[in-house]
Every structure is written in C-alpha cells, then in structure tokens.
Ligand binder design. Sequence first.
Ligand code: IMP
Length: 430
Amino acid sequence: MKQFNTVAVEGSQFGDEGKGKITDYLASHADVVCRYQGGNNAGHSVEINGVKHALRSLPSGIYNSNVTNVIANGVVVNPFALLDELDENINSGLKTYHLLISNRAHLIMPYHIDLDGAYEEALGSNKIGTTKRGIGPCYADKAKRIGIRAGDLLDKDYLYKRLEGALAVDNKELVAFGKKPYEIQPLYEKLLKASERLIPFITDTSVYLNDMIDAGKKVVFEGAQGSLLDLDHGTYPFVTSSSPTSISIPLNAGIAPMKIHKVLAIMKAYMTRVGSGPMPTEQVNDWGNAIREKGHEYGVVTHRPRRVGYLDLVLLGYTMRITGVTDIACMLFDVLMDVKDLKVCVAYNLDGKEIHYVPSSEPEYARCTPVYKDFKTIPHFDTKKIHCFEDLPKEAKDYLGFVSTYLNAPISILSLGPDRSETVNFKEIF
Ligand code: IMP
C-alpha cells in the first residue's frame, strides 16, 4: 500500500500538553499544517528565538513561511477573533503566511458566546468550566442544522437567510435565559465587513489536502485540546464539544482514514487539567503547587491555574488504545528534574478491585484511587548535552523507559524547554 507522508499530532491527556511547540517544530520539515477541530478555546504557544507567540485558532505552522496552514471543516471559527489574532501576530512579527479556511467550517457567532455563559450559569455547581468562547453552542447549532458556515460568507443573500434561521431559534433560547436577543441587521453588517478580509482564505480544503497528500507532500494534522476531553471518549460530561482524537481527522478534514500514516501522542511528563471533572492523580498540595510554578501551568486562553498531578498511565493507555498511537513526544520533562516523591499511576483501585481501564460512569470514576509506582528523583542535568536517549541520567532513562514499555510505543521526541531548539529527536517522524 502507498505510504503517505502524514502525521497526526494529538494531545493524549486533558489538553495543554505542548502540541503547539511540536507542531511548529515538525512544521519546519512540513508542507502543510492542518487544524482539524476545536476553536479559539485552544491556546497553543510557540516560542521562536525567545519570543512567545500565543495562537488560538491559527494553526501552529503559521510562523513557517513555507507552510500552508489549513483550518479544516471540523474547526469552529470565530471570524472576528480570528482577524484579531491574525493582527496581533502580524504586529508581533508575523510577515509572510499562507492560510486556507474550509468553506464547510462553522462560524462562532456572538450569540454562541452568550449561550455558553448562560448554560454555565444555569448549571451552577454542575458547570463544566468551559472557556466561554461559544464552542459548545456553535457545535450544537451545527448538529441542529442552523449553523453558519464560512462558505456562506461568499453569498450575501444566502448568508442573510442562514442568519435569519439561526436567530429565530437562538434568540428564543437567549430570551428564555433572560439574555438580550440579537438584531439581525447590525450582526449581518459586521459579518459582511469581516468577510471582506476572510473571503480570500476560504476554499474547499478537503480537495487541497487530498491533492497535497496524494502528491507526497508532508502534512501535519494538529489537534486542539486532548483525547480525554473528547466528546465521545473523554470524561463526559466534563469534555469539550468536538473530538480531539486523531481518529476524528478523516471526518474533520475530509480525507480517507488510511491517509493518516503516524499518530504522535503529545504527553506531558505529568498531568494537568483545567476546568471541572475527574483527575484521580491530582495533587492539591506543595508537590502540585511546586510543579505548577516550575512548569508555568496557567491557561493560555483563560489564565486559569491548571490542576496538577502525577502521570496517569491508565488514562494514557486508554488514549493509546482508542487512537493507535505510533510515537510519543514527552513534553516538559525538564520540570521533573530534582522533584522529590516522583511516581506514576499504573492502575486504579475501584471498590477494592484493581482495574486498568477508565470507567465511563462519572460516579464510578470518582471512586477510583490511583495505584502508584515510585521512581527515584531525576538529578539536575545539562539539557544542552542531551542528543540521544543514552545521554540522559539513569533515573531519567528509568522513568521514560517504564512509560514507553507500559504504553507500548517509542518516545520519539523529548522536550527539555520551551524553545524550538530545546527539542531532542530520538526517532525521525517524517
Ligand atoms: P469548552 O471547550 O470551552 O467548551 O470547554 C470544555 C472543557 O474543555 C473545559 O473543561 C475546558 O477547560 C476544557 N478545554 C477547552 N479547551 C481547552 C484547551 O485548549 N486546553 C485545556 N482544556 C481545554
């Protein structure tokens, strides 16, 4: 069978694993970078020559002038926020860039953001802890068949008709929540204004991606969030409203499943989570606080402090099983240097029984307690002197070796700092 030059970059935990850094790193060898789900709830940071760039909807290959960056049909795009993000990056040094937006991508409208807030308020103590960017309501409108798509911006009359339909439904909901309904005309005019800049980017990206893949070009598929926030496979209901797993790429980008050659799981060396939901290895103590500070574990989008815990191999094993991971990139490994009480979770105890799977029921999962394996402290080492696995101290090799064996996948990339240059490639991805 023909071998395709494609790799899926997938968050294997609860998001914020460092996908942006690895996508930017791989982009320097790639022709195309494609974001396939989520929206501006994502916060990918890319650090180039010591300067940090925050990306939310733009693919992380945007700083590589030879790369075409695709926002595929599975992404939800806030047209106004996207233009602001583009301008912010242009102001901070982005010069030549290539961007395409799928004509089938759904648009996040201001009323989606209001509804996101209204749902969270109504849920009270049961709230999900969303990023309040309108992600859930936009995907809900897509399923309700009242969404507005990027391609609708190309036809003014059709756009008006679609907006009329959406507001007929969503305004009723806003009023029911005690919120202000939207008038069509100002919103329509605002959209027309934004469309002047957006239209040149809008195209059928499925055609483009297939042409590129078939021509043997190197394509990176960049996921947002992480597989444990997946709408189907994550810790429901504490999930996002799309599928961050690589198995969703065919649907979300319009390509056939066999065109995904490699799946690179991005794995932080410990766990973090933002928002509500189960996290069995969470450490609400000095250990967790110290890692949060050392790893700068604060959200890129909402600036919320992230919850911190020990690496959970049960959760990672679940990601491996459902998504067919071929390689692992271990991120923020330098943060573990000199850390006392190092351990990883290898099983859960559920009502006195040891289990190795993630229960689907929220109450059952809440009763799970971690079973740990202890590791020796990894001594401080000079990250600049690490060029291959053998260069690492024994304690680091023990930790990584155990994780790789448990998960049955090679650690192909090790990240030892935020900059592009602080990345060690143990095994070629492309
Ligand atoms: P939403 O995606 O804004 O609907 O939020 C749903 C859940 O996903 C919340 O727990 C968020 O904190 C979480 N979430 C959404 N985007 C990200 C991300 O990029 N990183 C980490 N968590 C995220």
